[in-house]
Design a protein around this ligand. Structure first.
Ligand code: FAD
Length: 353
């Protein structure tokens, strides 16, 4: 039987970043994860986008979250010797005069000038897409290679003997107020659940108001495109570094039966891409996953109200790449040093009935 300071269940972006910050604080971690190609972190583009929504508002706490995320990914790039974060401006299509006026009004606001250019530069999109009414350009944005990051971190954990590649069976967990023990495999003073959308099946934390939004994406080849920036024209076109491939996505479905790709999702994405591209493309892959969304759109962090040896890190929703680093660090500081949790993310905001 192994002993670690912390056991983490789930090694998507949430579990990976939490393990990173606990280790950085000098603690030992043991991770249990059954790899699934349909986990959100394996399907996401990892876009970091400071300006979102129809009204072009700054995303929640971006002034803190983005610099922290970029610093964290740079540290992990150095530690794991892989590229993770690719700075890429986002070209955003403005479909009519109203949208253009709203955009220009924002660019005049000093709080927004670090994130928006008033003169977009379309580069290759100028000649290889069907031109729209107008465009805006977002800066301090980019793409995080979550697949490469979680894959490399998985290898790192394996090399240290700190990974169990198995399905975690909740019925085989034994708890005391001071300790969590899983089968005869591992024990720790704290076990943190980070199972993404599958957290809905967790008997300890399923009282939390999980949502769930299924998304489908295409990976395509677009010969001759050479796009460097990200384009948002109803769907996103995201260049995937060093591959010649592009990520196209995504759909949003709040009602779904499973996490599998559908022909309806594929048709939708292909049609959106045909509407904008003036080049032919081939679909290389079609994938789907469920985003771990939360009703109030804020992550779940904190210890279980009745079982102090259990904690949760979940609810990264549609923005795991930008939210993950800051809140993983925040939870690690809480678990290691007893720092108070921010009320906005503390699961104490939801009473257990
Ligand atoms: C189509 C799509 C597009 C997206 N695009 C973006 C984007 O551009 N930018 C962005 O920031 N975010 C994006 N997201 C959201 C992002 O993917 C999520 O916020 C993030 O990946 C959630 O990470 P997680 O670690 O909480 O969950 P997951 O990635 O789901 O990881 C959970 C892990 O836990 C494991 N697990 C679960 N239960 C068990 C168990 N019982 N036993 C063992 N292992 C278990 C799973 O196998 C998995 O490895 C997108 C999501 C989707 C679906």
């Amino acid at each position: 039987m192994k002993h670690a300071d912390f056991i983490i269940v789930g090694q998507g972006i949430a579990g990976t970043l939490l393990a990173h910050f606990l280790e950085a604080a000098g603690k030992s971690v043991f991770v249990i994860d059954h790899y699934s190609p349909n986990a959100a972190s394996q399907v996401a583009a990892g876009i970091i986008n400071p300006i979102t929504g129809r009204r072009y508002v700054k995303s929640w706490r971006v002034d803190d979250l983005i610099p922290f995320a970029v610093r964290t990914y740079r540290q992990l790039e150095a530690q794991l010797n892989i590229p993770i974060f690719h700075e890429r401006n986002i070209i955003r299509t403005l479909f009519n005069q109203g949208e253009e006026n709203d955009w220009l009004a924002r660019t005049g606001d000093p709080a927004y000038t670090p994130y928006m250019l008033d003169q977009p530069v379309l580069d290759q999109y100028a000649t290889k897409t069907v031109l729209a009414y107008s465009y805006g350009e977002v800066t301090q944005s980019g793409q995080t290679d979550l697949v490469r990051l979680t894959g490399a971190y998985r290898k790192y954990l394996k090399s240290k003997g700190a990974l169990l590649e198995d399905h975690f069976d909740y019925s085989l967990l034994t708890l005391t107020p001071e300790q969590a023990t899983y089968k005869n495999v591992v024990s720790a003073s704290q076990l943190i659940f980070a199972e993404g959308h599958l957290g809905t099946q967790n008997p300890y934390f399923n009282y939390l108001p999980f949502g769930g939004a299924k998304g489908e994406v295409l990976i395509v080849r677009i010969p001759g495109a050479d796009f460097e920036k990200i384009l948002k024209h109803r769907v996103f076109i995201v260049p995937l570094a060093d591959s010649g491939l592009y990520w196209i996505g995504s759909t949003y479905d709040w009602k779904f039966d499973d996490d599998q790709p559908t022909s309806r999702g594929r048709d939708y994405l292909e049609q959106r891409l045909k509407d904008v591209l003036s080049l032919p493309f081939d679909v290389v892959e079609h994938r789907a996953a469920v985003r771990p969304t939360v009703k109030d759109r804020r992550p779940f962090l904190g210890q279980h109200p009745e079982f102090p040896a259990l904690a949760i890190f979940n609810g990264l929703g549609t923005k795991g790449a930008s939210l993950g680093p800051y809140w993983a660090h925040h939870l690690a500081a809480h678990l290691v040093n007893g720092n108070e949790l921010d009320e906005a993310v503390d699961i104490g905001r939801f009473a257990k009935q």
